[in-house]
Design a protein around this ligand. Structure first.
Ligand code: SAH
Length: 455
């Protein structure tokens, strides 16, 4: 029977739960079926979009019996672009889902004692829309006009955006004006198929605290035709823009950013404020995307760390130093590391800007520098890690288990790699609690803080 299922086949399905990407899961003749847009408890008509040996993928053809948590998506382009995949789910249920994602990941990797972890309810956002401070959009010419937006799911077809539910409005307004200026000045826009043209991506980042805006043109070559007119027009039309750069990323590459960034106008950074401190951020450096929830996340992380006065702290995966600098007053010494050199320069400047003299940041990987510091005789009392989605590297974990700092906190943006890392970390540490914080409302992305106690 099963081989009669093809792309386009429709069947009724009862949805049991959501997977970690927010898709509904049902079983069609015992075969697991992922239905985009379907919710637990619903009876839907699913339409198959892909047939795999062990599972089916489907879209929602029709809802026969709706979940009480189903809401009408507020984003008109819901379904046409990614980035709002939970917009059909009421916000309180989104928060329950995120806690459940942590539970699902733990059940998959089964770190020691996982059934008994205290999984605290996800802390939601006061404003679950219009929170993203950064728009990083590909630019293309569509019907003779310069457009920026997001790709349709699983494609490189650009869907132009003028507003977007999760974006801070100013980021979208700046994108609109930049597109118009590029069009008026006939600046060559990148063409993926011909590998021709120049401007590939627009990156706009806004400081919520100061209103300053940073613009980066990612280009296919070092050339940027009509640069002088473009910069003059930006100065005239976009007074919030205080920092304009060009990042050069030649060729057909999946990476958005190239290695080289040049300042074109204004200052090399914008200033954001978090927990009462000022932080300068340059174009290539990471900055948390949801400013209001960043303060919630950091407050929870600092509480979990419970730093003792005079402690020696390691701020690993430090970005522009926001976490370590926020804690420096209480600490004896803060050492941080980060692979992006521009971010490390920002972090050291940010320490000085906040009159912090006991925090120092170094360029390098956490997995190389942390073991090296230990070999050199540095004995940290406290460690906080905030790695990218890939989680921690084995040499870092090995070094941590050897050093066994008393205070240890893990901020994770990926429950799967977190659960994987917990398998090793729980050899020496007990998990006190896991506090998830919703940094990305309307999406399936989940952020969590783990507080540990040394066994
Ligand atoms: N703690 C910071 C940054 C977190 S994002 C904040 O809250 O803003 C993770 C950071 O880790 C990024 O800045 C990224 O550039 C950096 N990074 C990625 N891989 C790394 C590695 N192997 N070692 C050190 N830093 C790394």
């Amino acid at each position: 029977m099963e081989n009669t299922v093809q792309v386009g086949t429709r069947f009724p399905l009862t949805i049991k739960r959501l997977d970690i990407n927010g898709r509904g899961i049902g079983y069609y003749k015992r075969k697991i079926t992922f239905v985009t847009g379907a919710l637990p408890g619903e009876i839907v008509v699913a339409e198959v979009t892909a047939v795999h040996d062990r599972y089916l993928e489907a879209t929602l053809h029709r809802v026969k019996k709706a979940s009480p948590d189903r809401v009408k998506p507020a984003e008109p382009l819901y379904g046409s672009v990614g980035g709002v995949e939970l917009n059909h789910l009421a916000y309180p249920a989104q928060l329950q889902f995120k806690r459940d994602v942590v539970a699902q990941s733990l059940a998959k990797f089964k770190p020691a004692g996982w059934q008994h972890y205290d999984l605290r309810p996800t802390i939601g956002a006061a404003a679950p829309t219009h929170y993203r401070n950064k728009a990083q959009f590909p630019v293309r010419v569509i019907d003779g006009h310069v457009r920026a937006g997001l790709y349709a799911p699983h494609s490189h077809r650009l869907v132009p955006l003028t507003t977007f539910l999760t974006q801070r409005p100013l980021t979208m307004q700046v994108i609109q004006v930049l597109c118009q200026l590029l069009e008026d000045l006939a600046v060559p826009i990148y063409d993926e198929h011909a590998h021709a043209g120049i401007v590939k991506t627009l990156v706009v980042r806004e400081s919520a605290a100061t209103g300053e805006v940073q613009v980066t043109f990612v280009t296919n070559s070092a050339k940027l035709p009509h640069k002088t007119q473009l910069l003059a027009a930006i100065a005239a039309k976009l007074p919030a823009v205080v920092s304009v750069s060009q990042n050069i990323n030649p060729g057909d590459t999946p990476l958005i950013w190239g290695p080289e960034t040049q300042l074109l106008a204004g200052q090399p950074y914008i200033t954001e404020k978090l927990l009462g401190r000022a932080f300068q951020v340059s174009p290539q450096a990471f900055l948390q995307l949801n400013p209001a929830q960043t303060e919630v996340l950091y407050t929870q992380a600092l509480k979990a760390l419970a730093l003792k006065p005079g402690a020696k702290l390691v701020d690993a995966y430090a970005g522009i130093g926001t976490i370590g600098i926020s804690l420096a007053e209480a600490a004896g010494e803060v050492r941080g590391m980060e692979i992006i050199a521009a971010a490390v320069a920002d972090a050291n400047r940010n320490a000085a800007l906040n009159h912090v003299t006991n925090a120092h940041y170094t360029v390098g990987t956490a997995e190389a520098l942390f073991p090296q510091w230990l070999r050199e005789g540095f004995a940290p009392d406290a460690v906080i890690v905030d790695p990218p989605r890939a989680g921690l590297e084995r040499p870092f974990i090995d070094a941590l288990l050897k050093a066994q700092p008393k205070q240890f906190v893990y901020i994770s943006c990926n429950p799967s790699t977190l659960a994987r890392d917990l398998v090793l970390l729980t050899r020496r540490y007990q998990v006190d609690y896991i506090q998830s914080v919703d940094m990305f409302p309307q999406t399936a992305r989940c952020e969590a803080i783990v507080k540990f106690t040394r066994k």
